[in-house]
Design a protein around this ligand. Structure first.
Ligand code: F0G
Length: 366
């Protein structure tokens, strides 16, 4: 029987050779591409979601962490550091444990979902809550890595992008060709950079000297890239950094994305768009995903779906288009949002006695 080998094992011929010298893997990738009829009906397109919450630490970060951590291990690194809104820290902590390395994580004080914090601590990271936001944490992490024997594993590390591009490969492998449109949330803008690289390379359009050059193209073309930021944290849409970013989607509460220019390139080269969605739109999409599609995600992960639905309402989704949307992290990371009604009140469980009559009654079974 075939066992999925993780993204380096599966795609080594399309990744830089140095990541294969000492592979650190938890079997990441190979996530389901799930058809979403509830979204197809609403948009008049054919919509699929790429469920990245099915990775080992329950977010897409694991794809880039296996490559970044393998490269670090191959160079003999002993310690890694990252700034994080939560998911990167959970992933870095798990892969560092696997590699036998020390992992330091800098997180913004008080704005990290409990599930992610628990993961970083469970995996033994040295977790520091910094008096500042994500952007402050990233500046500090970069300086620390510049001046001390510790490697940076944020997505400014090129090996992170290399690993994350495999999400695009898997989508093309599953569909048999590139989608017409690929949508996803944008925070620090590493993932939109990575997907665009992956789609281009699979279409035989990679930059000269890129890994996989000379292999036959797998796709006939590339999709439009549609990226969505949270309205209170939308620097790319605004055209300037946001000094105090706000959104309930804490994973993308970022005011000065490191891969800003690469995100603009992905948008412009693909003929795509980068737009903002409100927290209300994000929570509405979150609810549709869980109650109609059957996929439970954290709020930030619903931003891509929210954006596609918003564009459909404005008549901007071409009829019959094949659309893939990356839903980036699992709902159990930040589950509190499921326990709120649309009007903001708490969902209370219905209490019954332990007898069949009361239970049947409460269920309306007569
Ligand atoms: N969705 C989730 C669930 C995320 O955790 C992130 C980023 C994004 C989307 C945006 O991806 O930054 O590549 O544009 N989380 C980072 C972290 C910043 O620290 O975990 P991006």
């Amino acid at each position: 029987a075939h066992q999925w080998r993780g993204v380096i094992g599966e795609y080594a011929d399309r990744l830089p050779a140095h990541v294969s010298e000492r592979v650190v893997t938890l079997g990441e990738g190979g996530t389901p591409l799930v058809e979403a009829p509830a979204l197809s009906e609403r948009t008049g397109a054919q919509v699929f979601v790429k469920v990245e919450g099915m990775n080992p630490t329950s977010s897409f970060k694991d794809r880039g962490m296996t490559t970044a951590m393998s490269a670090a291990a191959g160079r003999g690194a002993r310690a890694v550091v990252c700034a994080s809104t939560g998911n990167t820290s959970a992933s870095a902590a798990a892969y560092a444990t696997r590699a036998g390395m020390l992992c330091a994580v800098l997180v913004p004080d008080g704005k990290i979902a409990m599930g992610k914090l628990s993961q970083a601590i469970a995996h033994g990271a040295r977790l520091l809550q910094v008096d500042g936001n994500f952007d402050d944490c990233l500046v500090a992490a970069r300086k620390l890595a510049d001046t001390h024997p510790i490697e940076l594993v944020n997505s400014v590390n090129p090996d992170r992008i290399e690993g994350q591009k495999t999400g695009a490969f898997e989508i093309v492998d599953a569909l048999g060709d590139a989608p017409d449109i690929h949508a996803l949330p944008v925070g620090n803008a590493g993932n939109i950079t990575a997907y665009w690289r992956g789609f281009r390379e699979y279409a035989g359009q990679g930059a000269p000297g890129h890994p996989g050059e000379g292999l036959d193209p797998v796709a006939t073309g590339t999709p439009q890239m549609w990226g969505f930021q949270a309205a209170g944290s939308a620097p790319i849409v605004a055209g300037h950094p946001i000094t105090e970013p706000e959104t309930i989607a804490t994973a993308i509460r970022i005011g000065n994305p490191a891969s800003w220019q690469q995100a603009l390139d992905a948008r412009d080269e693909s003929g795509g768009t980068i737009e903002a969605v409100t927290d209300e739109q994000i929570l509405a999409a979150h609810r549709i995903l869980s109650s109609e599609v059957g996929v439970f995600v954290e709020p930030a992960s619903a931003a891509g779906v929210a954006g596609v639905l918003a564009r459909a309402e404005r008549g901007l989704v071409p009829a019959g288009a094949r659309i893939t949307i990356t839903v980036t992290g699992h709902g159990l990371k930040d589950p509190q949002w499921a326990l709120r009604t649309p009007d903001g009140s708490d969902v209370e469980p219905v209490r019954v006695g332990a007898d069949v009559v009361s239970i049947a009654d409460a269920l309306g079974l007569g």
